[in-house]
Design a protein around this ligand. Structure first.
Ligand code: BG6
Length: 493
C-alpha cells in the first residue's frame, strides 16, 4: 500500500518568536525570547550555554534597546510580510499552516485583564490570509514566548498563579478564533521544561532554591493549564481539537548490555513518556513516583488537578522529530554530541548535521509505531527538518539537495509506518520559511523551503527566495506523497 491517506494535512510550521519581529510594536510586551542572544563565538557542538539564562543576563537585556544582538526581536519580519509569506506557502500547496501566537503580544505583562486589541487584529489578519487560500490553521498557544514580566515576578511557571493568567490568554484566543481554528497545540514541546527550562517555562535557575523541584512543579502547572484550556476550547467549539506536543527524544541503548537497555527505558520514560502519559492517559505514571522520591522532588497538587488531568486529555498527540539519541549506563566513557534541546551520545551508525544532530529516518518509523502502539490516538508530526547552511549561487538559486534528501528519507519511513497501521493525520515540516534558530538565535541555521535574505547580524534585504526544496515539496504535496523523487534541477533558471 504505502500511501498517505486522503485529506492528509501537508504543510509547514513556524513560531511567532522566531518569525514575527516587530519587537515591542503595537503594544506588545517583552517575551522570554526577546532576551535570547546571538553569540558569534558559538560552539556548534556544545550549545548548553544558550540554554542557561541568568537573572543578570535578563537584567542586561531588558535595559538594552539593541535589536540585532537579540535576533528574535527582529525575526524575519513576518509581522509585516505575512501576506507574501502565506501566499508562498499556498503556492507550495500547503493544506495546513502551523504558526504560534505570541502571548506577550496579546497580554504584554501576562497580568492585564483584557487582551491587546491590536494583537488580536494582527492574528485575525493572519488567519484570514490562511483561509483565503483554503488552508487550515494549526495554532500553538505557547511556543517559547511567555511574557518576561511573569519570569521576573513569579519565576515563570513555577508559580501556580500563572495558570490563571495563561487560561485568560487562551480563552481570549478561543473567543476570537475558536470557530475558525480546528487544530490547536497547548504547549510546544512540553518536555522542554526539563531541558530548555527558561524558554519553555520561564524558570531561572538562580532564582530557585530547589531548581529540579521548580522545573517539575512548572511542568505540573502546564499540565493543569493544558487540561483547563482543553475544557474551555471544547466548550467554545466541540469540534475543535487540542493536541499535546513533545520533542520526541527517541533513544537507543548504546549496547545490548542490560544496564544500557534499562537506561534507555528510563530515558524514554523520564524524557518522553512522562509527558504524554499525563496528557494522553490522564494521570501521573508510577515510574515518576520513584524518580521524584530519588530526586527529592515533591509536586504540590491542588484538589482539582487529578480530575482535570483525567477528564481533559489531548485529542491528538503531536511531536517534533529531528534526531535520535543514545542511552548508556556509563555515558562518561562515550563521545557526546549536541541534539535537539539537549546533548546526547554519538551513534556510530548515523550521520550528523553540521550542528551534530544525528539524522535517523528509520527512527521516525520506530517512533510512530512506538507512540501509536502505546496511545492509540491520532498522531501529528508538527516538526521535522534539517538545519543547514544554505548558499545562494551565482544564478540566485539555492540548491538544497541535502534538505530534500533528509525530508525524502523521512517521508519514505512515514509511508512505512502508515503501512504498519499508524494513524497519522498530518505533517508540518520545520520550517516553512527560514526563521531565527530557537536554540542559538542564528540565522545561518536554516530549515525553510523559502530562503530569507538575512544574516546572523541581522543584515540583509529580507527578500524571500524559493529554494529547490520548495519545488520538490510542491510536487510531493500535489501527488499526496506519491512522488518523492527528485530530479535536478526542479527550478528552471
Ligand atoms: C524545536 C522548536 O525544538 O526545534 C523550534 O520547537 C525550533 O522552535 C526547532 O526552531 C529547531 O531547533 P533550532 O534550535 O535548530 O532552531
Amino acid at each position: 500500500m504505502n500511501e498517505f491517506p486522503k485529506g492528509f494535512l501537508w504543510g509547514g510550521a513556524m513560531a511567532a518568536c522566531q518569525a514575527e519581529g516587530a519587537y515591542l510594536q503595537d503594544g506588545s510586551g517583552m517575551a522570554v525570547s526577546d532576551v535570547s542572544f546571538f553569540d558569534n563565538k558559538l560552539d556548534r557542538q556544545d550549545l548548553s550555554k544558550h540554554r542557561d539564562i541568568t537573572t543578570q543576563h535578563i537584567q542586561t537585556a531588558m535595559t538594552d534597546a539593541e535589536i540585532r544582538r537579540y535576533p528574535k526581536r527582529h525575526g524575519i519580519d513576518f509581522y509585516h510580510r505575512y501576506a507574501e509569506d502565506i501566499a508562498l506557502c499556498a503556492e507550495m500547496g500547503f493544506k495546513v499552516f502551523r504558526f504560534s501566537i505570541k502571548w506577550s503580544r496579546v497580554f504584554p505583562t501576562g497580568e492585564e485583564s483584557e487582551p491587546n486589541q491590536e494583537a488580536l487584529a494582527f492574528y485575525d489578519r493572519i488567519i484570514t490570509e490562511i483561509e483565503k487560500y483554503g488552508m487550515t490553521p494549526l495554532v500553538t498557544v505557547s511556543h517559547f514566548e511567555m511574557p518576561l514580566a511573569l519570569v521576573n515576578r513569579y519565576n515563570g511557571w513555577a508559580d501556580r498563579r500563572v495558570i490563571e493568567m495563561f487560561c485568560r490568554y487562551a480563552n481570549s484566543l478561543f473567543t476570537h478564533f475558536g470557530q475558525r481554528v480546528p487544530y490547536w497545540i497547548s504547549f510546544n514541546e512540553i518536555n522542554g521544561g526539563r531541558f530548555a527550562t527558561f524558554k519553555s517555562t520561564g524558570v531561572v535557575e538562580d532564582k530557585s532554591e530547589n531548581y529540579l523541584q521548580d522545573c517539575y512543579q512548572a511542568v505540573h502547572h502546564q499540565f493543569v493549564a493544558a487540561a483547563k484550556i482543553t475544557k474551555r476550547l471544547h466548550e467554545v467549539n466541540p469540534d475543535a481539537q487540542m493536541g499535546c506536543m513533545i520533542a520526541r527524544f527517541t533513544t537507543y541503548a548504546a549496547t545490548s548490555k542490560p544496564d544500557d537497555v534499562l537506561q534507555m527505558l528510563h530515558d524514554d520514560q523520564y524524557d518522553n513518556f512522562f509527558y504524554t502519559d499525563v496528557m494522553v492517559r490522564g494521570k501521573y505514571p508510577g515510574y515518576m513516583n520513584r524518580f521524584f522520591r530519588d530526586h527529592h522532588v515533591k509536586i504540590e497538587w491542588q484538589e482539582e488537578d487529578k480530575a482535570l488531568l483525567q477528564q481533559y486529555t489531548a485529542d491528538y498527540l503531536s511531536f517534533s522529530y529531528y534526531v535520535s539519541n543514545v542511552s548508556s549506563a556509563s555515558p562518561d566513557k562515550l563521545a557526546a554530541t549536541d541534539s535537539n534541546l539537549k546533548k546526547t551520545l554519538k551513534n556510530p551508525y548515523l550521520e550528523s548535521s553540521a550542528w551534530g544532530w544525528q539524522i535517523d529516518p528509520k527512527g521516525l518509523r520506530y517512533t510512530l509505531n512506538n507512540l501509536y502502539d502505546r496511545y492509540q490516538i491520532p498522531l501529528f508530526i508538527v516538526e521535522n527538518g534539517l538545519g543547514a547552511e544554505d548558499t545562494v549561487d551565482g544564478a540566485g538559486r539555492i540548491v538544497d539537495t541535502y534538505r530534500i534528501d533528509y525530508l525524502k528519507k523521512h517521508l519514505e519511513q512515514i509511508k512505512e509506518a502508515l503501512t504498519d497501521g499508524v494513524d497519522l493525520i498530518g505533517y508540518t515540516a520545520w520550517s516553512s520559511l527560514d526563521v531565527v534558530s530557537s536554540g542559538t538565535s542564528e540565522m545561518s541555521k536554516r530549515y525553510g523551503f523559502i530562503y530569507v535574505d538575512l544574516d546572523d547580524e541581522g543584515r540583509g534585504s529580507l527578500k524571500r527566495i524559493r529554494k529547490e526544496s520548495f519545488y520538490w515539496y510542491q510536487q510531493v504535496i500535489a501527488s499526496n506523497g506519491e512522488n518523492l523523487t527528485y530530479q535536478e534541477p526542479m527550478l528552471k533558471s
